[in-house]
Design a protein around this ligand. Structure first.
Ligand SMILES: Cc1ncc(COP(=O)(O)O)c(C=O)c1O
Length: 380
């Protein structure tokens, strides 16, 4: 028997894994204070950029000696600025277990063509053997693999006495999970994820060991202006105080500030993490009582609580998953919940801090209903 068509709809059907749902209560009025039509180098424009940096630093509880800057090109721009500026002096271990990690492998192997690279990889749903990582080398990895819903369980595998740099793409983890800052030398993210900001800009956090590398190492390859973090053996300090490398959108900056103010107003990082964990608990409850769906991540310790990737347990999962996602999109109850284009077929629900648990709870009956509809259509 197929379930009845539900009557209660999620108030906000935005479950995309990027750009992600805006914060609860957001309207375009949040942008009223934007410094539009002004130079980003004017005192007013620079103050806005500095506010976005300082609020991020404070909400995340970054160590005082970690610098944070706004960079072009979103998270990709931040990661590539780090790779292009820092790599070279040591061998590199690059970890990959889904699409974005693989992009960083391709950068290091095919673009930078470093001679001594080890790609430590795993299939979707799994984590590679973290014990293989050699901390004499530089290590590039993703904290939370957004396209497979697999994250590293913690930072215990990162050596405090490492000689290489730990370079971490944390775009779907930051503001949602605890990060061991003292074990991470470079951390990157974008505005479009956990706080629901507008896309286009990246954030780059660098610790003292990364700064020392930036000031002592000159890459042997050309470094585009957009990736330049040091000049003449000195860090470009201005980047970390609100001097953008090139022109940012001050409308996006205002939106990022709005998200950060919201984060602070609800209680900061602990409150954000609590919201994410409540969302994950709701999803785990539904998956536990639903026989047609399971997590793609092979164990709870490595399950992402933000980009929750699900596989359909029946044999025709590929077509069913997309039809199910299309049906719910047409109903206007869930947007963008099909799995990433390179990931195994399935569903992906964003459950970051801007998503309300009540909206997920309202979505589950719709998922059950849509599955029933898709399964019934197949039988007919
Ligand atoms: C883990 C990870 N890395 C990199 C990216 C690319 O981010 P952007 O499009 O912000 O450059 C994404 C986007 O979803 C991501 O999830």
């Amino acid at each position: 028997m197929t379930p009845e068509r539900p009557t209660i709809r999620p108030r906000r059907p935005q479950f995309s894994s990027g750009p992600c749902a805006k914060r609860p209560g957001w309207t375009p009025a949040a942008l009223a204070g934007a410094c539009v039509g002004r130079s980003h180098r004017s005192p007013a424009g620079k103050a806005k950029l500095a506010e976005a940096i300082e609020l991020s630093h404070a909400v995340l509880g970054l160590p005082a000696d970690y610098r944070l800057g706004v960079v072009p090109g979103s998270d990709t721009g931040a990661v590539e600025a780090a790779l292009w500026s820092l790599l070279g002096p040591r061998g590199v271990d690059v970890l990959a277990w889904e699409s974005f990690g693989r992009a960083w492998v391709a950068d290091v192997v095919q673009q930078l063509r470093l001679p001594d690279v080890r790609a430590i990889e795993a299939e979707y749903g799994r984590l590679p053997d973290l014990g293989r990582v050699d901390w004499e080398r530089d290590v590039v990895f993703t904290w939370n693999g957004t396209t497979s819903g697999v994250r590293v369980p913690d930072g215990d595998w990162i050596r405090p006495d490492r000689r290489g740099l730990a370079i971490c793409d944390a775009t779907s983890a930051v503001f949602a999970m605890e990060l061991p800052w003292d074990r991470l030398d470079v951390v990157t993210w974008s505005w479009q994820k956990v706080l629901g900001g507008e896309a286009g800009h990246g954030m780059l956090a660098v610790g003292p060991r990364a700064v020392a590398r930036l000031e002592s190492h000159r890459p042997s390859w050309p470094v585009p202006k957009l990736f330049q973090l040091a000049k003449g053996g000195k860090l470009i300090e201005g980047i970390f105080r609100g001097d953008a490398i090139n022109t940012p959108s001050l409308l996006c900056v205002e939106d990022a500030i709005d998200g950060l103010r919201w984060a602070r107003s609800i209680g900061g990082l602990p409150a954000l993490i609590a919201r994410v964990e409540a969302n994950m608990a709701a999803i785990a409850g539904w998956v536990g009582r639903t026989d047609w769906v399971d997590f793609l991540a092979e164990s709870p310790a490595i399950r992402s609580p933000t980009s929750v990737c699900l596989r359909l347990t029946d044999f025709a999962a590929a077509r069913s998953a997309q039809r199910l996602a299309d049906l719910l999109e047409a109903e206007g109850v869930a947007y963008d919940i099909g799995s990433y284009r390179e990931a195994p077929p399935g569903l992906r629900l964003w459950a970051g801090a801007t998503v309300e648990t009540a909206d997920l709870e309202a979505l589950f009956p719709w998922l059950d209903w849509a599955y029933g509809e898709v399964a019934a259509a197949k039988v007919r």
